[in-house]
Ligand binder design. Structure first.
Ligand code: PMP
Length: 426
């Protein structure tokens, strides 16, 4: 029996409009079928009465400058590309959200994402890249579970902010961690001098948080771990792919995607392959790097759509000329904002020591804290949102990840100057 369907041609037309001002008409799949009562030997004519969804594609001018720490702003061209491919990915007839993770289409997506990331960070072949779930928080446990063979193994942590502290505390369940330096007494505004570190002989790894998202403290160079295998482990969640990094200095790098490279739900682990395969016996399969490495991150259903989005971001970073170019843009944006803060004669203040200020998360306070709520409110009216500092530290924080355009920082700086002019009557 052949069934001929008459439905709107729009339903099969790929949405290829990259023009952000275009209005698209999507005819939804049939919501009701009227089956004629004719002889079954004749071809059935099925009429699809489809409901027509009018979707208004938002224009770029509708968008705000989003200074959120994460989930965070994504590159506009990546969002528009994803939009154009959402309904029918490159002629496959389905969305990436609908694809089998074992099908050739998705395999091509994850492989391309991996190879672009490898080329961006010059990741050598003896390092394994994993696309996992559970956020960076899961890696706080997974790192000691995989890198320590016994819960009594010694591990060192340098604690430069809340995230490093959380990692340290979680590790205590699976190994014997020691905080060999903490910036807590200085309200997490510093990075230690590496020569003065008292590392534990035989420690299985040395853990750092490369960029503290809440406190705005960023390592500009890296300590050498004392352990025999020299395993430096870094949480790079909030500065991943913001600048070139010599991956060979690290045993393992991990990052939640939702700041610089994609949506939440994807966690990237880059690990020296010789460190894989020694997980503690109690390690759940989902946290065992060997299981994921042996299965090319496809042991179970991975966060497919998120990986696709990360892939689009990686492609965009490659097209921008790689991470050296990206870093130049980030330095320019960071300098503009820090100069505005430092040049405000104390009206705005950044507590972080100048040499270790983050290029991604810029915390600042107002000399008159009573004005902070007004600052945030007025900025939002000007379409600059999410400028309130983390609840644990207060003040303001502007996260200016790769995808924050220079225009966003320029607008913020102009607003800060105007705000000061209107309120600085001291
Ligand atoms: N590490 C850092 C540096 C972070 O900024 C965050 C999230 N803000 C985390 C870890 C926790 O990440 P997730 O929410 O993905 O578990």
């Amino acid at each position: 029996m052949s069934i001929s369907m008459s439905s709107s041609s729009a339903a099969t037309t790929p949405l290829t409009h990259l023009n952000p001002t275009a209005t698209s008409q999507i005819s939804a799949f049939p919501t009701s079928l009227s089956l004629p009562t004719t002889s079954p030997t004749r071809p059935l004519s099925i009429t699809c009465s489809s409901s027509t969804l009018q979707t208004q594609t938002s224009t770029t001018t509708d968008r705000v400058f989003n200074f959120a720490a994460g989930p965070a702003t994504l590159p506009e061209n990546v969002l528009l590309r994803a939009q154009s491919e959402l309904y029918n990915w490159r002629g496959s007839g389905m969305s990436v959200m609908e694809m089998s993770h074992r099908g050739k289409e998705f395999l091509s997506i994850i492989q391309k994402a991996e190879s672009d990331l490898r080329s961006l960070l010059y990741i050598p072949p003896d390092y394994t890249i994993l696309f996992l779930q559970g956020g960076a928080t899961t890696q706080f446990a997974a790192a000691p579970l995989n890198l320590c063979s016994s819960p009594t193994d010694a591990v060192d942590y340098i604690v430069t902010g809340s995230w490093g502290d959380k990692a340290f505390k979680e590790a205590a369940k699976y190994c014997n961690p020691k905080s060999i330096w903490s910036g807590k007494s200085d309200k997490y505004t510093k990075i230690p001098n590496f020569d003065s570190l008292n590392q534990t002989p035989g420690a299985k790894f040395l853990h750092i948080c490369a960029n503290e998202t809440i406190h705005g403290v960023e390592f500009k160079s890296y300590p050498t771990p004392a352990g025999q295998k020299e395993v430096l482990v870094a949480d790079m969640s909030s500065n991943f792919c913001s600048k070139p990094v010599d991956v060979t200095k690290f045993g393992m790098i991990y990052a939640g995607a939702q700041k610089n490279v994609g949506p939440s739900g994807v966690t990237i682990v880059i690990i020296r392959s010789d460190l894989i395969g020694y997980a503690q016996a109690i390690t759940p399969v989902m946290l065992d790097y060997k299981i994921h490495a042996d299965n090319n991150s496809l042991y179970n259903t991975p966060p497919c759509y998120g990986i696709y989005m990360c892939g689009l971001v990686f492609e965009d970073l490659v097209e921008q000329g790689g991470l050296a170019e990206v870093e130049k843009k980030n330095v320019r944006k960071g300098s503009l904002l820090y100069d505005a803060i430092d040049g405000s004669k104390g009206f705005f203040r950044c507590p972080v020591e100048k040499s270790v200020r983050s290029l991604m998360n810029v915390p600042f306070t107002l000399a008159k804290p009573e004005l902070e709520a007004e600052f945030v409110k007025e900025a939002a009216k000007e379409k600059m949102v999410q400028l309130k500092g983390h609840r644990s530290v207060g003040g303001m924080r502007a996260s200016i990840y790769n995808a924050m355009p220079l225009a966003g920082v320029e607008k913020l700086v102009a607003f800060m100057k105007d705000f000061q002019a209107r309120h600085d009557h001291a």
